[in-house]
Ligand binder design. Structure first.
Ligand code: COA
Length: 161
């Protein structure tokens, strides 16, 4: 049976594997960055099949006014089983329980229908934007370069707390 839990500690190797599979993580990046990303989140929901983490999602928020769902991911071999929808549901419940007024997310191309099934609606007349740190041409700026410019020591097999 798959269990969905709010977690504060998570095996970093599982998280890294999921992010690598999604194409979000360059294996040369230090694990300490990943640890910081989870430590800094308002809430993290993990889907466990036994001991194995098969899906993850984060809520980033000020706890009152605005919240953002970030990096919802399911292990590729386990997609299409309803795991992603359950992770989103638990994160939405968590945001609701905290009294967060508005909940947003940025859907990557092709993923909006997935989030619409979970109750999100496209925002008409708004444009998703990102600061262009490296002054790149418009399309290149859409790539996530922020993490690639940060530094940190390498710590293998770390557990996030
Ligand atoms: C997006 C992702 C998290 C979905 O997880 P999942 O566990 O496969 O999704 P679910 O099985 O819970 O799907 C829930 C519903 O959304 C639908 N759905 C899932 N992905 C969809 C897509 N790309 N387009 C349209 N519908 C989709 C499913 O068919 C299902 O519909 P149903 O309730 O009518 O049966 C998963 O595909 C993934 O990890 N992708 C790679 C990472 C990624 O792109 N994350 C999103 C970043 S914005």
């Amino acid at each position: 049976m798959i269990e969905y839990r709010l977690v504060t500690g998570l095996p970093l190797s599982d998280a890294r594997h999921l992010y690598e599979e999604a194409g979000w993580w360059d294996r040369t990046l230090p694990d300490s960055l990943l640890a910081e990303m989870f430590r800094g989140a308002t809430a993290v929901v993990a889907a466990f099949d036994g001991e194995e983490v098969i899906g993850l999602g984060r809520l980033l928020s000020d706890g009152v006014s605005d919240g953002f769902l970030q990096d919802i991911v399911v292990r590729s071999a386990r997609r299409g089983e309803g795991v992603g929808a359950k992770i989103v549901e638990k994160l939405v419940e968590t945001a609701r329980a905290k009294g967060i007024a508005d909940l947003y997310l940025l859907a990557v191309p092709g993923k909006a229908p997935f989030y619409q099934k979970s109750g999100f609606v496209p925002l008409a007349n708004y444009t998703a934007m990102k600061f262009n740190w490296n002054n790149e041409p418009d399309n290149a700026a859409a790539k996530n370069t922020a993490t690639q410019t940060r530094s940190g020591e390498k710590r293998d097999h770390e557990t996030i707390h």
